[in-house]
Ligand binder design. Structure first.
Ligand SMILES: Nc1ncnc2c1ncn2[C@@H]1O[C@H](COP(=O)(O)OP(=O)(O)OP(=O)(O)O)[C@@H](O)[C@H]1O
Ligand SMILES: [Mg+2]
Length: 349
């Protein structure tokens, strides 16, 4: 059997793994998908806070899922990862990498030696007769990435790579006809939202913003005194589609509307920023993914606010699904497959 690799996505209170074979081929196959709950205090905002708990959870994930490899690619993408557009004179990649510390010291929240830096070239052009390379600079806080890698190694797994979740999503979600042209992929998690603008599937702009689906729960809990379970239930049951509900629910709906409105505005502002950042920048449509985007009525609300066509979250069709995949796990983790499987795509497992 072809060799396989597992993409690992640390969500809020959950770790998800997707084992993929033929990850670099034209038609990769998902062979196993499994997720395991971990206390929210152990993993949050993509960071490992309690190492021992996470190591135990990873071991359990491997035994429950029956993954046939120990090779993993770890996804990163949280408040402590910064992505910025960067244009540099054309030169070899190793030279570009050497210049990165000098390019970023002003935008980083930490000293340069506490960050991991990388550059993803996207396009080339001429500026005033000089050849330049445009691309995305990625700066991640070392401590937070190493926290994940260490937990993975202590679980006796082999981290072969660390990759940015927005890139993983681009590979798994933006394929086929929906990827053509200038597309904004908006992935709404529990604590973070990732906005990627890709042209013909190549990411040009990435922002990770500190808003997510759980903002709504927090608002319901703090303003109406609901418990967390009630808040999640009412959010999922109604979302923005409140027809036919009794008047006693009106205060809850107002809170849901307001919190969702904040999220919509944050996304719209991010897209407006991109559009105004360079000549010729455009967005033709929005593609949604992530659990937070499952909120009833969300796609319509975002379409109204941005005046763009918005596609609701859809299953990942980039991968063939093997019979070995546990379909209960797959449907329970629909928002996680895109990330976990996307991490593996293109890798030479
Ligand atoms: N049907 C639904 N309606 C509304 N919200 C939903 C629905 N399903 C899931 N959510 C919300 O989606 C969010 C979780 O999304 P997701 O699973 O993508 O996040 P995560 O990966 O765990 O977190 P993060 O990416 O922020 O670390 C939660 O806020 C959850 O309440
Ligand atoms: Mg997530």
């Amino acid at each position: 059997m072809a060799s396989t690799i597992v993409g690992l996505d640390f969500g809020r209170g959950v770790i998800r793994g997707a084992e993929v074979s033929g990850a670099a081929s034209a038609r990769p196959t998902l062979v196993r998908y499994h997720q395991i709950a971990v206390p929210a205090t152990a993993v949050n905002r993509g960071e490992v806070l309690e190492q021992e708990t996470v190591v135990a959870a990873l071991k359990q994930l491997w035994s429950q899922a029956g993954f046939k490899t120990r090779k993993v690619i770890v996804g990163v993408g949280n408040a402590r990862v910064l992505v910025r557009e960067l244009t540099v004179p054309r030169m070899p990649m190793n030279r570009i990498r050497e210049t990165l510390p000098f390019q970023v010291q002003d935008v980083l929240p930490v000293p340069v030696n506490e960050a991991l830096l990388d550059f993803y070239p996207t396009t080339e052009s001429d500026e005033d007769g000089n050849p330049v390379i445009h691309g995305l600079l990625v700066a991640a806080i070392k401590e937070s990435v190493l926290g994940m890698v260490e937990a993975v190694e202590k679980a006796r797994l082999v981290p072969v790579d660390v990759d940015l979740i927005p890139f993983a999503l681009t590979r798994s979600v933006l394929t086929g006809p929906i990827a053509q042209g200038a597309v904004a992929l908006v992935h709404i998690g529990a604590e973070t939202t990732m906005v990627v603008v890709a042209v013909d599937g190549v990411p040009q702009f990435v922002r990770i913003i500190q808003n997510g689906g759980d903002d709504i729960n927090r608002a319901l809990v703090s303003r109406l005194g609901m418990d967390e379970f009630q808040a999640e239930q009412i959010k999922r049951r109604f979302g923005l589609a409140t027809q036919g509900a009794g008047p006693e629910l009106r205060p809850a709906f107002e809170v849901i509307y307001e919190a969702t409105g904040d999220l919509v505005v944050a996304i719209r502002n991010t897209l407006s920023f991109y559009l105004s950042s360079k000549a010729g920048a455009a967005v033709e449509r929005v593609v949604l993914s992530g659990g937070g985007a499952e909120l009833n009525g969300f796609a319509t609300a975002l379409a109204d606010a941005t005046r763009l066509p918005v596609r609701a979250p859809a299953p990942v069709d980039r991968l063939a699904i093997a019979r070995s995949v546990n379909t209960d796990q797959l449907s329970a983790g629909s928002s996680g497959v895109a990330v976990a499987a996307g991490l593996t795509l293109g890798s030479k497992a």
